[in-house]
Write a protein that binds this ligand. Structure first.
Ligand SMILES: Nc1ncnc2c1ncn2[C@@H]1O[C@H](COP(=O)(O)OP(=O)(O)OP(=O)(O)O)[C@@H](O)[C@H]1O
Length: 375
């Protein structure tokens, strides 16, 4: 009965997950520092990256992103943990026999080889037949829009074009996973934005799984199907750009991605909170208060309003109003001495927002994010 429905599965979820994508299980890596100390670069990382996904690893400098990328590539050996590609365990394979390829920030092109020869290099090493190499090089040059530049040396190309050669070279071997370590960091802002569009297009066209490391949160939000935010050697949150921006799991994520107001608020017996001398409000979701009876609520400046269009959060006095063209950056001083950042979008002319004016700050409950107490 080939078409009989399959009802349920007795296989554990992790076994099913491992059949596809890239699975990292409890990866640990420490380094001895020259000063005689020890750094935990990876402190028990578990991640499931899906086939054909644009996956971004984001975090501040030193949080372990590059170490994990290098471990996937085989350039770093884990102290413990496992890496699977589909059902195959790859963490004990030498780098050259893993079906992954890496693009570095430095491009690492061969300066004495032409663009076409740079792209062909890996294929020649694998003894791919000549005719096949020629076809694939032409295909790759078209893919990264470098037609006509095959005879040039890297030094005769712009930074953006060199980066395209590096991408073409890495994709020519048709890896299952392409690892990208801050590949756009050396480009100026405008070129960088252009290359981000290009990378998304390349990823969609080829269907290759991209694992992309960056410390630039805007880049991460614009590129990633999903993003892992790293801190101190572990991913603290994994989710879509929207999930991470709108529902950060803790203060670190709320602070690292975008801008947030962090309000320390008391909680009463009814489970309500208030900001400074504002009205008592219901919590949008139940959260435990810290030992001192307070909790932290995060709210984005652009989610606060001054025009009465959302329920009152607190009253205050404008202490600063900065005109930024597309919006106003405003600070509101509260009775308890704290100050709130608020972004006001146009039209703001009727609101008569001048320093010293009394204002009512409003917020919809769904935009208030109580943060779990960090133990
Ligand atoms: N070969 C090494 N020897 C000693 N310490 C290392 C080595 N490689 C990395 N580290 C340390 O391990 C930690 C994680 O480094 P890693 O390069 O993975 O961070 P990162 O998040 O990629 O940072 P960046 O964005 O600055 O590259 C850092 O504290 C770093 O100093």
């Amino acid at each position: 009965m080939p078409n009989a429905p399959v009802i349920g599965t007795s296989r554990p979820a992790e076994v099913v997950a491992r059949e596809n994508g890239l699975t990292i299980g409890n990866a640990r890596k420490t380094f001895a520092t020259p000063e005689g100390g020890v750094v935990k670069a990876l402190d028990g990382v578990s991640l499931q990256i899906r086939d054909g996904e644009f996956f971004v690893m984001l975090g501040p400098s030193g949080c372990g992103k590059t170490t994990l990328l290098r471990a996937i590539a085989g350039l770093e050996i884990l102290d413990s943990g496992e890496i699977y590609l589909g059902r195959d365990r790859i963490d004990s394979l030498p780098a050259y026999s893993r079906p992954v390829n890496t693009v570095f920030q430095s491009y690492a092109l061969f300066p004495h080889l032409t663009v076409a020869d740079n792209i062909a290099f890996g294929l020649q090493m694998e003894r791919v037949p000549k005719a096949e190499i020629a076809t694939r090089v032409a295909e790759m040059m078209a893919l990264v829009r470098l037609d006509g530049l095959g005879g040039r040396l890297p030094s005769q190309l712009s930074g953006g074009q060199q980066q395209r050669v590096a991408l073409a070279r890495a994709l020519a071997k048709r890896p299952r996973v392409l690892l990208l370590d801050e590949p756009l960091a050396a480009l100026d802002l405008k070129l960088r934005r252009g290359m981000q569009d290009e990378l998304r297009r390349l990823q969609r066209t080829t269907g290759v799984t991209f694992v992309f490391v960056t410390h630039d949160q805007e880049e991460a939000l614009s590129l990633g199907d999903r993003i892992a935010v790293f801190s101190n050697g572990i991913p603290v949150q994994v989710g879509t750009a929207e999930e991470i921006y709108e529902r950060p799991v803790n203060r670190f994520v709320a602070d690292f991605i975008g801008e947030s107001n962090f309000l320390t608020v008391p909680l009463n017996d009814e489970g309500e909170f208030r900001v400074a001398d504002g009205p008592w409000l219901e919590l949008p979701e139940p959260v435990f208060a810290g030992p001192d009876g307070t909790l932290t609520v995060a709210v984005r400046p652009e989610r606060l309003v001054l025009d009465g269009s959302a329920p009152e959060l607190v009253r205050g006095r404008l202490s600063e109003v900065v005109y930024m063209g597309t919006d106003l950056h405003v600070r509101v001083a509260l009775s308890d001495g704290t100050s709130l950042a608020v972004r006001v979008s146009p039209p703001f002319e009727q609101l008569s927002l001048t320093p010293g004016a009394d204002v009512v700050v409003g917020a919809s409950p769904s935009h208030l994010r109580p943060l779990a107490v960090e133990l």
